[in-house]
Ligand binder design. Structure first.
Ligand code: 15L
Length: 279
């Protein structure tokens, strides 16, 4: 089917394992890598090599001969700055240099935490488009914004194509009221990755990584470039999750949810809405 191998970083994480299984079953030849051992049986034709994103040569070697790098590796939650620098900043540079050498496309697992400090839309208020302002809700979200900008630069300067997927909450099923807006089903993500690999031309693209949720926070993006339409919806779980909210006003006010109150120290803490008029 697809002639060249696909490199999947972060293969031993929850999304990596699911994608290895689904892309392997779809007939892609996979090169899997992670800093942790791969816990599952390898899909047919797949190979796993343990590698650290900090090691440029190791990453360049893994990417040899690959058409696409699905970059799901790195720190995937909020952590202190020092823990993020290596895997998420330096590691990303290694991924893009490898892609440049190979003429490969990068598909970057970005995150809604790049824009987490946008307020949740109330009523009929406008939803965010892909070109909204970055408003990262921590060092993790900031590193993902850096990753998207790296994609911007490598496309403009070196012609390295990239798709940046601002993943909402990719879980087997949504687990709180916020998930009515942010949930991305595993099958929708797997189908999106296949389209990212097969699409003719993508340039520098940004796609909201959410299923077809009527309560979505997000609107326009570049999904037409890859020909992807989500098929699942968090509405199927509404009865179970719509009352699952916290009593933290910062968490419930912003799109990034529980990442927003982590180490939150804005002067005066949380104040009434009108105190936040200045963006
Ligand atoms: C993310 O980016 C994280 O990787 C994931 O663990 C969730 O926290 C998700 O965002 C979310 O916002 O629900």
């Amino acid at each position: 089917m697809h002639p060249k191998p696909i490199l999947l970083t972060g293969a031993s994480g929850a999304l990596g394992r699911m994608l290895a299984r689904e892309l392997g079953a779809a007939g892609f030849t996979l090169r899997l890598t992670d800093i942790h051992p791969f816990p599952d049986p390898l899909p047919p034709g797949a190979r796993f090599v343990k590698a650290d994103l900090n090691e440029g040569l190791a990453i360049i070697r893994q990417a040899e001969g690959c058409s696409t790098i699905l970059h799901f590796g790195g720190v995937s939650v909020e952590r202190p700055f020092e823990e993020i620098i290596g895997p998420n900043l330096r590691g990303l540079y290694h991924i893009y240099e490898a892609a440049r050498r190979e003429g490969a496309r990068v598909v970057f697992a970005s995150s809604n935490h790049t824009i987490g400090f946008h307020e949740r839309p109330q009523g009929n208020a406008a939803r965010l488009d892909h070109d909204c302002q970055f408003r990262p809700d921590g060092y993790y979200g900031l590193s993902k914004a850096y990753g998207e900008l790296m994609g911007r630069m490598y496309w403009d300067k070196h012609g390295v194509e990239n798709v940046n997927v601002r993943i909402g909450s990719c879980l087997p099923q949504p687990n709180n009221a916020r998930g009515l807006s942010t949930w991305l089903s595993y099958p929708d993500l797997a189908r999106m990755m296949i389209r990212c690999i097969l699409a003719e031309r993508v340039g520098h693209a940004v796609i909201w990584g959410a299923s077809a949720n009527p309560a979505s926070f997000w609107a326009k993006d570049h999904r037409d470039r890859i020909g992807w339409t989500p098929e699942d919806s968090a509405e199927a779980f509404r009865a179970e999750i719509e009352t699952v909210v916290t009593d933290d006003p910062v968490e419930e006010r912003y799109q990034g949810g529980f990442y927003c109150p982590i180490e939150y120290s804005r002067k005066g803490g949380f104040s009434p809405r009108d105190a936040f008029d200045l963006e």
